[in-house]
Design a protein around this ligand. Structure first.
Ligand SMILES: CC(C)(COP(=O)(O)OP(=O)(O)OC[C@H]1O[C@@H](n2cnc3c(N)ncnc32)[C@H](O)[C@@H]1OP(=O)(O)O)[C@@H](O)C(=O)NCCC(=O)NCCSC(=O)/C=C/CC(=O)O
Ligand SMILES: Cc1cc2nc3c(=O)[nH]c(=O)nc-3n(C[C@H](O)[C@H](O)[C@H](O)COP(=O)(O)OP(=O)(O)OC[C@H]3O[C@@H](n4cnc5c(N)ncnc54)[C@H](O)[C@@H]3O)c2cc1C
Length: 633
């Protein structure tokens, strides 16, 4: 083991295993996760890491091992595929959940065990605006079929992931049967026998290469009436239409995947922090004091400033992900029972946190890559591949700006309810005080109060202020004679800013609440330091907001920076231990820089030597191209 990394692991001030257990949701979950990883994947003779693993093998293995719990399936898959994207991930995260939530019982029993499918909602002309989808579904009572048709070039289904050119069970959304409704159809096309279908691949992408994203053009294709997913809405044989309790129930799968993405952003950021911080512990470069040995780059304050706030953010997002999934499970359970009362809040929370966490993680991955210098740009670091696979999450499953505006819609509605004298509950209950809170400079002490609870309050006041400013912008636009829609559009910068601040407050609050639950003193102390760092770093990035909200004075601004530097120094001794607690296996990270043993250089040389380009001492291209050319000179 590299001596630097060995030294970093001495004198731990907290029990790493206990922190890993907290991340997993308990010691038993940690043990089960490791059993799946070590026994069922790494020690499986059928599993040969590094060769393209086959999906059928994985599916048969899941059945052989009786793994059906979604979290355990995810543990198995993440070990099986590493940091790469799996070919049919969409089957698990969109196709199956849609069948689970939108099929009636007969359809469920008929289809769920049998098929692998994709989710074809987006069209060439519309991905965000679902009410603009153009694919039509026309019911023919005479034949009890729907006639599916792509009337325009922009209505061609575009992007469905995992589109298998041979067999295409798919769920797609089509033109509403009435103004605001969409219906999901399951249609298994066995291609050669099905005329009227034009299918293909949309071509090379920025990345996401394991997934073949396709297109599908329908020319009056007929499918049985029974293929409409009829849990919430039905078309009867006579063509009559039974409306769902809410037209937004059809959007349920997107809410589910957005809820999952929050935690995934934390996982991806934790992977990158593991790579960059371990590498920064073994990389020596330049000098701090002339004539002395080159220091570990992790001892540079700027390197700590790049990486430690991201380390804190990774923990924050992992805890936010746990909260989001718990909230999703609770509210979707109520929805299943017909209680839709919290559906708007679930949508607003999942949409905002999906955007907030993916935007932050997306930037963070690049900071981690660049903090590793040239070797960060090598594929051996795994960081370029992680970035390329993660970055589309800012676009798909709800384009981030649009998602932030959906959250803003909920915040404005809540603000209007407070103005009308209503008492709010839930995530927006802080708006109840917005009227009674004096927005003038708060009587804050000359010394910045660093208590975590105080910091949460300051973020709450910041969010409330920005919600009020956005509402006032809309009111001012209306007062200038703008219609409601234009008043909204002319305030969308403020609305996104308000949603971002709301999400930032929510994430810090979840982090603080999680820290409060930690009983082990050592783990509590180090997590409290990280939560402080997360809060103070955000205050440094958005100082203007806190000044404008009157919760920070100009005289206190220097103490924010001073406090930040102190927290970076406080985290330094525990940095490697904190990434060890994420418990990412070398085989899954697949990063020469992020190895647990820190033996980066030896591994990098081996990695380079194993390149196909180095199979022969002299590359064949010399003999094929250069030597003949030289002979002619
Ligand atoms: C942007 C959306 C949400 C707009 O939907 P729309 O029907 O136009 O609603 P409005 O904006 O007019 O709002 C009306 C009303 O409905 C509420 N609402 C909207 N969505 C939901 C929801 N999911 N749950 C509950 N309530 C909802 C909204 O809050 C309003 O309520 P009011 O009380 O304020 O009136 C919609 O068009 C949308 O979701 N667009 C994004 C499409 C998307 O996510 N596509 C993903 C395709 S699959 C994919 O990307 C796969 C990627 C690969 C992979 O994941 O591997
Ligand atoms: C890798 C990848 C995989 C995908 N897989 C699938 C799949 O399997 N199945 C599927 O159905 N789809 C899939 N998609 C499509 C994806 O869901 C859409 O691309 C996404 O929903 C964004 O929609 P859009 O492309 O129409 O972007 P647009 O909405 O056209 O976005 C373009 C710009 O317009 C802005 N904009 C749009 N509306 C508003 C508004 N109301 N207010 C302010 N600004 C606005 C956006 O902020 C953005 O800046 C995939 C996409 C990618 C990149």
């Amino acid at each position: 083991m590299n001596p630097d990394i060995l030294r970093e692991r001495q004198n731990a001030t907290f029990d790493i295993e206990k922190l890993t257990n907290i991340l997993d949701g308990g010691a038993e979950r940690t043990n089960r996760r490791r059993e799946i990883r070590e026994v069922l994947v790494l020690n499986d003779p059928d599993f040969d890491y590094g060769t393209p693993t086959s999906l059928p093998t994985m599916i048969l293995k899941l059945r052989e091992y009786g793994i059906s719990d979604p979290v355990e399936i995810n543990w198995y898959k993440s070990m099986y595929w590493g940091t790469g994207r799996e070919a049919l991930g969409l089957h698990y995260v969109m196709f199956l959940p849609t069948l689970y939530t939108q099929c009636d019982s007969e359809q469920f029993n008929k289809w769920v065990p049998l098929i692998i499918g994709t989710y074809a909602q987006t069209e060439m002309g519309h991905g965000t605006h679902l009410r603009g989808l153009e694919t039509t579904a026309t019911f023919d009572p005479a034949t009890q079929e729907f006639v599916m048709h792509s009337p325009t070039v922009t209505s061609i289904k575009w992007w469905p992931g995992g589109r298998n050119p041979l067999f295409l069970p798919l769920i797609f959304l089509s033109i509403p049967l009435s103004a605001s409704l969409f219906d999901l159809f399951l249609s298994g096309f066995a291609l050669p026998t099905c005329s009227g279908i034009v299918i293909g691949d949309i071509g090379p992408k920025f990345g996401f290469d394991a997934v073949d994203n396709g297109y599908l053009k329908l020319e009056h294709v007929r499918i049985p009436r029974e293929n409409m997913l009829m849990k919430y809405a039905q078309v009867k044989p006579d063509g009559s239409y039974v409306k769902p309790l809410s037209s937004k129930l059809t959007y349920g799968t997107m809410v589910f995947i957005r809820s999952l993405i929050v935690g995934n952003a934390g996982i991806v950021l934790s992977q990158c922090c593991t790579i960059a911080i371990r590498y920064s512990a073994v990389r020596h470069q330049s000098e701090i004091r002339a004539g002395e040995a080159e220091p570990q780059i992790l001892d540079y304050q700027t390197q700590q400033h790049k990486l430690f706030p991201l380390l804190a953010t990774a923990y924050a997002f992992l805890f936010a992900g746990q909260y989001m999934i718990d909230t999703y499970n609770r509210i979707s359970g109520d929805i299943n029972q017909g209680d839709l009362s919290e559906m708007p809040e679930l949508h607003a929370l999942s949409a905002g946190l999906k955007a907030f966490t993916t935007w932050t993680a997306n930037t963070g991955i690049e900071v981690c890559r660049m903090s590793c210098g040239g070797h960060g740009y090598s594929r051996s670091s795994a960081l370029p591949d992680i970035y390329v696979e993660f970055t589309p999450s800012c676009t798909y499953e709800g384009e981030n700006t649009v998602m932030m505006l959906q959250t803003a819609r909920f915040l404005m509605k809540s603000y209007r309810q407070v103005q009308a004298g209503q008492q709010l509950s839930g995530a927006v209950s802080y708006l109840n005080k917005v009227h009674h809170r004096v927005m003038a400079p708060q009587a804050v002490s000359s010394q910045l109060d660093l208590n975590l609870n105080t910091l949460v309050d300051l973020y709450e006041i910041r969010a409330a202020m920005l919600v009020e400013l956005a509402a006032q912008s809309i009111q001012q636009e209306s007062a200038r004679g703008k219609c409601q829609e234009d008043s909204w559009n002319n305030s969308t910068i403020d609305l996104v800013r308000a949603s971002d601040a709301h999400c930032h407050y929510m994430v810090l609050k979840m982090f603080r609440d999680k820290v409060d639950q930690i009983e082990d003193p050592g783990v509590h102390s180090v997590m409290s330091t990280l939560a402080h760092l997360y809060a103070i770093h955000g205050m440094g990035n958005f100082t203007g907001d806190f000044l404008q909200a009157g919760v920070l004075t100009g005289a206190q601004v220097p103490s924010v920076s001073k406090c930040l530097k102190g927290l970076l120094a406080e985290v330094r001794p525990s940095a490697v231990l904190l990434v060890d607690a994420f418990d990412h296996h070398d085989k899954m990270l697949n990063s020469v820089l992020g190895r647990h043993d820190g033996n980066v250089y030896e591994a990098m040389f081996e990695w380079a030597r194993s390149s196909p380009l180095n199979r022969t001492e002299v590359h064949e291209s010399f003999h094929k191209h250069l030597k003949p050319l030289q002979a002619k000179l």
